[in-house]
Design a protein around this ligand. Structure first.
Ligand SMILES: *Cc1c(COP(=O)(O)O)cnc(C)c1O
Length: 234
């Protein structure tokens, strides 16, 4: 089977899972964006996914992403693609990240907001999501739910950034169902003050059904689309 056929078959399966989850939740499947997480996979795979109709791609490391986005642009100069940074951003990489990322999905501190704002000065506003830590574990990144309103207000006052919503990874050792329900509650409160923060990025290859049941508008899928990343890779 060619790589294109393999990706096409995986994509059909993921789309079917999204459709069924939406149907069970009584939602329109067009409310849920499929974000292809292409980390560790070559630009050629991004090109094939683009040929198959995907337009949203995500990376989690600045260096890998800078190279890959450039190569993709050479491979498919006329294709429309939006790139997301879903990994944690070191502040000294902010300058580089804003050159390739259309959206940063892992904003979790005012210091990172400041670094991104400074790096993005003079460009179109950068779309951002606040990364939410459901269990408040400080080691795994993300803003604890009680701190979310202040961080959202801070972003809203920053003209270089545009607050689009929230992103989370379900914590280890917590059922995804419980985690995504907690996120949905937090977002509902956030929208009172920030009505344009409509994106809920939640759900990956293993738990996208639970996330869709709890309002996810963006599922981030790597393995189920592209295959296993192997043991040595992040
Ligand atoms: C790698 C990654 C994903 C994709 O995970 P899969 O289980 O391979 O679908 C989603 N979100 C983030 C933040 C990631 O780093």
């Amino acid at each position: 089977m060619s790589r294109r056929d393999e990706l096409a078959a995986n994509l059909a399966e993921v789309r079917e899972r999204i459709h069924q989850a939406c149907e069970r939740a009584g939602r329109d499947h067009r409310e849920v964006t499929l974000l292809a997480v292409t980390k560790t996979f070559p630009a050629q795979d991004v090109a094939l996914l683009s040929d198959l109709g995907l337009t949203e791609f995500a990376e989690n490391r600045d260096q890998e992403a800078s190279r890959k986005t450039e190569e993709f642009a050479r491979l498919r100069p006329d294709a429309h693609a939006r790139w997301h940074m879903v990994g944690s951003v070191q502040r000294n990489k902010a300058k580089s990240v804003v050159t390739w990322a259309d959206q940063v999905d892992a904003v979790d501190s005012t210091r990172l907001v400041d670094a991104l704002a400074k790096a993005n000065a003079g460009r179109d506003p950068l779309d951002v999501l606040l990364q939410v830590s459901i269990d408040g574990d400080p080691h795994r990144g993300g803003c604890p739910i009680p701190d979310l309103p202040d961080l959202a207000d801070y972003v809203a006052r920053t003209s270089e950034l545009r607050l689009r919503g929230v992103m989370t990874v379900a914590p280890l050792g917590m059922s995804p169902e419980v985690a995504f329900r907690a996120l949905q509650g937090a977002v509902t409160r956030l929208r009172d003050d920030h009505p344009t923060a409509t994106v809920i990025s939640a759900g990956m290859s293993g738990d996208l059904e639970d996330a869709i049941a709890h309002g996810s508008t963006c599922v981030r899928v790597g393995t189920a689309l592209l295959g296993s990343r192997g043991l040595a890779s992040p």
